[in-house]
Design a protein around this ligand. Sequence first.
Ligand SMILES: *Cc1c(COP(=O)(O)O)cnc(C)c1O
Length: 414
Amino acid sequence: MNDNAPIPFLDLVAPHAELKEEIFTVFSTAVETGGFVGGPMVENFERDFAKYCDTEYCVGVASGTEALMFALLASGVRKGEIVLTVPNTFIATAEAISQVGGRPDFIDIDEQTYNMDVIKLKEYLETQCHWDKAQGRLMHRRLAKRVAAIVPVHLYGQPAQMDPILALARQYNLIVIEDSCQAHGASYFSAETKAWKRTGSLGKAAAFSFYPGKNLGACGEGGAVTTNDAAIAKKIRMLRDHGQSQKYFHDIEGFNGRLDSIQAGILGAKLSRLEEWNERRRQAAQRYQEIFREFEGDFALPHTPRWAKPVFHLYVIRVQDREELQRYLTSKKIGTGIHYPVPLHLQRAYHDLGYEAGAFPIAEKIASELLSLPMFPQITKEQQRRVVDTITAFSSKKKREKAATSGRYLVVAG
Ligand SMILES: *Cc1c(COP(=O)(O)O)cnc(C)c1O
């Protein structure tokens, strides 16, 4: 292999090359039958994805963002209510909350897992809220609003620490909606039930995205809600289709939020490969771990707690001099990403929520250090070695420069 060939951050061509025949068959079926919206391809995929997630129901929708919105609405989140999530996530998590009329509020993340810090969640519920006994609900003292729900995010494909989150939710009568948009097929060991459980089966409902770059991606947009609650599934079927209970009988006002048949057919074909692809991602993560171990690194590698079986949607490390390192990698034709450079509470879009720098120190600190390395099922050991070699070369160069300018060594010019 060419030593200088570009290494992409993610490869959207290889997985489709493997499945070209099947994808084209889906397309011709749709064209030949005229089945573009709804129908058997959507129903089959919903049945198969529910089974995969180990849930009773799956409802296909048009995107992950809509999956979150519909899950919040159908599970009973009302206008003006507070929904708790994390500041280090894709903006869609918070957009969904505010676009159904809720107010997003944030709990800082854990420095090791990058997911919701359950101790800080407990502190928030205990110190910033009070239990309204008469109404059986939790009220935020300062904002004088009900705290209705928690949206833990299984970020980078790593499950959030669900047992304590679910226990607190039960104690305070809160709804839990999982943002599983990066975690198709991840598992969490629930000590409570002494069993491994799929992400998407842990909360009241869960949202998945099938955006092309996700572990299970469409050839376009798509999403789904999984749940064990028949009423929620039924409500979401109405919400995605203009609130219809039958054609042109609108019981509620809904949305145009359906999953296309062609996308559902393609997702069905890809679903049969998801376990294998996730396993290859886990092996690639293991290889990064081993290659990095050979070097005296200044990098924090992903931490996998005992209770997590992640699916490495992203492989994220923490580095010093991040911007400079990223430019260096780009110059060596190695693609990287930053997930995410600005925590949500400091985004201009959420200025009105009134947060200032310092509000969520862990999320803020790591936002300037996170770097996502190339990660996809088809990545090779040679590509990974070159990624690590390039990073460690940069790091030694930086160390020499810093030592030189700190004056610890006498540098004689000439
Ligand atoms: C991708 C993603 C979403 C939104 O999904 P779309 O399908 O792009 O609407 C929501 N939350 C997280 C964490 C995501 O990564």
